[in-house]
Each structure stands twice: as C-alpha cells, then as structure tokens.
Design a protein around this ligand. Structure first.
Ligand SMILES: [Zn+2]
Length: 78
C-alpha cells in the first residue's frame, strides 16, 4: 500500500521534472539558434533599406547600403 503511494509521488515528480526539461530544452534550443546565427538572445532589429520593414538582424541580409529583408518580392518589385 505504502509502496503504491510512493510510486505515485515518484510518477508526479517525474512528470514535473519532464515538463521542466522540455522548457529548458526549448530555451536552450532558442539560445542555440541565436548563437549559431551570431546574434545575442536579445535580437537586435534592423530595417530593410528597400521596403522599410523591421526584422531581426539574424534574418536580415547585410548589403552595401544597409540591411535587406529575406522577402522574395523585396527589391524585385521595383
Ligand atoms: Zn525588404
């Protein structure tokens, strides 16, 4: 009887621990993505010189005139 209660407590703790691990993994994954693209977690925003849209620097393409967004239609429309 007592063993069953202990087992349930263990199960509850395991679930809580699992949920926490998922959250940590998510946060770490986000940090990894930011690190891989060479930007700090607080992503600096840059402005596309062609269409004026703001986007994270990680997604922007640096050009001679400034940053450009990755939109397929950007820059081709004009
Ligand atoms: Zn653009």
């Amino acid at each position: 009887m007592m063993a069953k209660i202990v087992l349930w407590i263990v199960v509850v703790f395991a679930v809580l621990f699992g949920l926490r691990m998922v959250n940590v993994a998510k946060a770490r994954h986000r940090a990894d993505l930011a690190r891989r693209s060479g930007t700090p977690p607080a992503e600096p925003m840059v402005r596309c010189v062609r269409c004026g849209v703001f986007l994270p620097q990680a997604d922007a393409k640096p050009t001679t005139g400034g940053y450009r967004c990755g939109d397929a239609g950007c820059g081709q429309r004009r």
